[in-house]
Design a protein around this ligand. Structure first.
Ligand code: NAD
Length: 375
C-alpha cells in the first residue's frame, strides 16, 4: 500500500535525525512491500529565513494532505531574539493546532541495554516495580493544544508586568483523558491524573472532569497526584506509574524529567494524535522526538537518531496501523543496542573495553536498517 508522509526536518540536528529515520522507513517499505512517499516541507527557523514566518501557510496546507507528519526539531540561538509570535517554536504550536492533534503520547521506558545510563540506583528501581525488577515503563499523555501555551498573554505597566493564562474547557480535558484511558486499557490499566488542584482553578476542573470520565472506565484504576509530588515520585519510584495524563505545561516539563531516567533525551519518541484507533488505519498524526534542535552538537554527526527512528515506529503503528512493522523497527533498535552500538549521549564512560562501540548519527541509522533488513 502507498502512504504519504510530510517531512519537516527543521533546524539544528533535525535534518541529521530525519535522514536515518526515512532510511529506516524505506527499509520497512522494501521489506514489507509498502510505498512511503515523502513531501518535504519547511517550518521553524529555516522558514523564518526563507519567508519571514515560522509556519508558512503552504506548509500547513501541504501537511494536511498527507497521511502523517514526521518532524525533526526546530529552533536555535539565531532566532531567539525575535518576538514570541515569530519564533521557530510557534511552528510547532501552529502545526499541532492546525492538524487538530491534541494528545501527545510520550512513552518513557528503560531499555535493559541502557540500564547503566539511568541515574537511579537499581534497588530504587526494584522497590517501585511491581515485579521487583530494575525497570519502569510509563506513558505520559500530554494535552497539546490548550492551556497556558495557547492562553491569553501580554505585557502591562509599560512592559514591566507580564501575564500568561491557563485556560481549559471541559471538552478539551475530556477528550485527552479519553485517549489516556484508551491507552491505559491497552497497557497495565492504571491512569494517574497530574495537576495542581490544591492551587489552580483550572486543575480543579481537570479533577472534576476526570472523576466523571473515570466512571465510564471501571476496569481502569484512576489516581490523582499534584505535579510537584509527581516530579518527586518520578525520581523516587518511577515503576509505580503506567499512564500519566496531564496538561500541556506540566506534561512538557515532566516528560523532559522522565527522559533523563532512560539515559538520554535522544532516545525518546512521541506521537501527537486526535484519537487512538487500534485495528484500523488511524488518523493523521504528528511524530517527533521529544528533544530540541540541540545546536551544541548540530552538524557534527553526534546526535542520537533513535528517538526519531522510534517516532517513525509510532507513526507506523498509530497512523498506518502497521503494528508488525512498528514492532520490527523497535526490535531492530534493541538489536543494535544489544550489539553494543552507542551514540555518545548513551555511551558509558566506565564501559569495559570492547563492550560498547561509540558511533555517529549516520552509522547508528545504518545499523538499524541492517538489523531490520536481516531481522
Ligand atoms: P535540546 O533538547 O535541543 O537539547 C538539550 C540537551 O540535550 C543538549 O545538551 C543536547 O545536545 C542534548 N540532546 C538533545 N537531543 C539530542 C540527541 N538526539 N542526541 C544527543 N543529544 C541530544 O533542548 P534545548 O537546548 O533546550 O533547546 C535547543 C533549541 O531547540 C531551542 O531553540 C529550543 O527552543 C528548541 N526546542 C525545539 C523543540 C522541538 O522542535 N520539538 C523541543 C525543545 C526545544
Amino acid at each position: 500500500m502507498d502512504y504519504s508522509i510530510a517531512l519537516v526536518p527543521g533546524d539544528g540536528i533535525g535534518p541529521e535525525v530525519i535522514a536515518p529515520a526515512t532510511e529506516v522507513l524505506d527499509t520497512v517499505g522494501d521489506r514489507y512491500g509498502h510505498g512511503f512517499h515523502y513531501v518535504e516541507l519547511v517550518a521553524g527557523g529555516k522558514a523564518i529565513d526563507s519567508s519571514g514566518e515560522p509556519l508558512p501557510r503552504e506548509t500547513l496546507e501541504a501537511a494536511k494532505q498527507c497521511d502523517a507528519l514526521l518532524l525533526g526539531a526546530v529552533g536555535g540561538p539565531q532566532w531567539e531574539t525575535l518576538p514570541g509570535h515569530l519564533r521557530p517554536e510557534r511552528a510547532l504550536l501552529g502545526l499541532r493546532s492546525g492538524l487538530g492533534v491534541f494528545a501527545n503520547l510520550r512513552p518513557v521506558a528503560l531499555l535493559p541495554q541502557l540500564k547503566d545510563a539511568c541515574p537511579i540506583k537499581d534497588e530504587v528501581l526494584r522497590e517501585s516495580n511491581p515485579q521487583g525488577k530494575p525497570h519502569f515503563d510509563l506513558l505520559i499523555v500530554r494535552e497539546l493544544t490548550g492551556g497556558i501555551y495557547f492562553g491569553e498573554r501580554g505585557r502591562e505597566d509599560a512592559g514591566k508586568r507580564a501575564f500568561d493564562t491557563e485556560t481549559y474547557s471541559w471538552e478539551e480535558i475530556e477528550r485527552v483523558l479519553r485517549i489516556g484511558y484508551t491507552a491505559a486499557g491497552l497497557r497495565r490499566k492504571r491512569l494517574c491524573v497530574v495537576d495542581k488542584a490544591n492551587v489552580l482553578e483550572s486543575s480543579r476542573l481537570w479533577r472534576e472532569v476526570a472523576s466523571a470520565v473515570a466512571q465510564e472506565y471501571p476496569g481502569i484504576e484512576t489516581s490523582y497526584l499534584y505535579v510537584d509530588n509527581c516530579a518527586m515520585q518520578l525520581i523516587r519510584a518511577p515503576g509505580q506509574f503506567d499512564v500519566i495524563v496531564t496538561s500541556n505545561l506540566f506534561g512538557d516539563i515532566l516528560s523532559d524529567e522522565a527522559s533523563v531516567l532512560t539515559g538520554s533525551i535522544g532516545m525518546l519518541p512521541s506521537a501527537s494524535l486526535s484519537s487512538i484507533a487500534p485495528g484500523s488505519k488511524g488518523p493523521m498524526g504528528m511524530y517527533e522526538p521529544i528533544h530540541g534542535s540541540a545546536p551544541d552538537i548540530a552538524g557534527r554527526d553526534l546526535a542520537n537518531p533513535l528517538g526519531t527512528i522510534l517516532s517513525a515506529a509510532m507513526l507506523l503503528r498509530y497512523s498506518f496501523n502497521l503494528e508488525h512493522e512498528a514492532a520490527a523497527v523497535e526490535a531492530a533498535v534493541q538489536a543494535v543496542l544489544d550489539e553494543g552500538l552507542r551514540t555518545q549521549d548513551i555511551a558509558r564512560r566506565s564501559a569495559l573495553p570492547g563492550t560498547e562501540k561509540v558511533v555517529g548519527t549516520q552509522a547508528m541509522g545504518e545499523a538499524v536498517c541492517k538489523a531490520l533488513a536481516n531481522g
